[in-house]
Design a protein around this ligand. Structure first.
Ligand SMILES: C[S@@+](CC[C@H](N)C(=O)[O-])C[C@H]1O[C@@H](n2cnc3c(N)ncnc32)[C@H](O)[C@@H]1O
Ligand code: SF4
Length: 391
């Protein structure tokens, strides 16, 4: 375990009793051709959106009553595009969460934002509404790549948004998408270095995934979109690690790099540690301990179904009680992506100690201090490591 991970573990968030909140705002100005999140085009339907906010407030209250008194760990407003939410609505949900769950101290409140001029003009109002960390979906700093990704902003517009975000927020994260068709190691190195120089404390570089249900997925099936081959994809991943590490970022999770421990996302850490979180909004996932049983919840995906569900007493389309093996498996899947790793108790619950020992012998994981951690060799091939462990 790295020294940084040890420091982090010395200050646990007590995931058993603390609760985080994930709130999903499904509207987007334009639907990107690679995106398979639960999103709808924002057609400015003010009444529908006001109805959704009211349903979210009611949902929060009902879920709080269900889980009983808890301390607040963090808030994450994701989407979709929550930077399109009215700041008054953002203030209302943050206020509701604060009144339902007391916090021991300052709480991280992240909001995902798209870097258009229109949204950047509202960053200060979003800060005043209670947001204290912005995750900017820049995706690329190259105009041609942004056009390919179907984005509704240019690289210059993104730079203006970054400047305004920096003026409004102390904590800034940037999302980038790499392994795009035709992208070379040299291109990516340059783009990543440029992004790092813009002063973010946190970088989330995501390898482009091509889901079958998206426009890009269909183009892949037709053969009109050709992603990088396996070797190039691996080289681009290595480049990401090298450039960010040289710039002082630690990969505290496979796709999350922070400049120092304070720059890590408290919300993500809580989730990866197996902490409880409420999922609020259409299609939102949650994890709650109900009557001592870890329960996975998924809200209705369609806005109308969600609003009707809340009014009718259940926002959830799915509610699965995880058995001990299911909970342990999830703990391993999430933990092994991070520098903290997963507790050996999860390995023991699954009875897979010998598989872990074999992987440790081959250098893919280490076991120390009651935890199993993926090594630098194991992380890039985590899917294969998990296959060995869980098949
Ligand atoms: C759900 S999006 C919301 C953020 C915001 N709406 C935006 O687009 O900037 C969160 C992040 O997921 C990443 N993402 C979404 N679809 C992806 C895909 N198919 N491959 C890689 N990254 C993806 C993007 O980097 C995006 O910023
Ligand atoms: S990537 Fe962001 S803006 Fe694009 S459709 Fe998905 S959530 Fe909306």
């Amino acid at each position: 375990m790295t020294e940084a991970a040890a420091i982090l573990l010395a200050d646990p968030l007590d995931p058993g009793s603390d609760v985080a909140v994930y709130l999903h705002w499904p509207y987007c100005a334009r639907i990107c051709p690679y995106c398979d999140f639960n999103v709808v085009r924002d057609r400015g339907r003010v009444e529908e959106q006001a109805g959704l906010v009211a349903a979210m407030l009611a949902d929060l209250e009902a879920q709080a009553a269900l889980i009983g008194p808890r301390r607040l760990a963090s808030i994450f407003l994701g989407g979709g595009t929550p930077s399109l939410m009215a700041p008054e609505a953002v203030a209302a949900v943050i206020g509701q969460i604060g009144s339902l769950f007391p916090a021991a101290g300052p709480v991280e409140v992240t909001l995902e934002a798209n870097p258009t001029d229109a949204e950047a003009g509202r960053f200060a109002a979003l800060r005043d509404a209670g947001v204290n960390r912005l995750s900017l979906g820049v995706q690329s700093l190259d105009d041609e790549a942004l056009r390919f990704l179907g984005r509704n902003h240019s690289a210059d517009e993104a730079r203006r948004a970054i400047a305004l975000a920096g003026a409004a927020f102390d904590r800034l994260s940037i999302d980038l998408i790499y392994a795009r068709p035709g992208q070379s190691v040299a291109d990516w190195t340059q783009e990543l270095r440029t992004a790092v120089d813009l002063g973010f404390e946190h970088v989330s570089p995501y390898q482009l995934t091509l889901e079958a249900t998206t426009a890009f997925g269909r183009a892949l099936a037709r053969g009109t979109l050709v992603p990088p081959d396996e070797d190039l994809a691996a080289a681009l991943y290595e480049t990401t690690q090298t450039v960010l590490s040289e710039a002082g970022f630690e990969a505290y999770e496979v796709s999350n790099h922070a400049r120092g421990i304070a720059a890590r996302s408290a919300h993500n850490i809580h989730v990866w540690r197996g902490g409880d979180y409420l999922g609020v909004g259409p299609g939102a996932h949650g994890r709650l301990t109900l009557d001592g049983v870890r329960t996975a919840t998924v809200a209705h995906r369609r806005i109308g179904d969600y609003v009707a569900g809340v009014a009718g007493g259940s926002p959830w389309a799915e509610e699965d009680r995880l058995d001990d093996a299911g909970a342990a498996e999830e703990r391993l899947l999430l933990g092994l992506r991070t520098v903290e790793g997963a507790p050996m108790a999860a390995v023991e619950a699954l009875g897979i100690e010998s598989r872990v020992a074999g992987l440790a012998e081959d250098g893919f994981v280490t076991v120390a201090g009651g935890r199993v951690v993926a090594t630098v060799t194991g992380r890039p091939v985590l899917d294969a490591v998990l296959k060995v462990l869980l098949t």
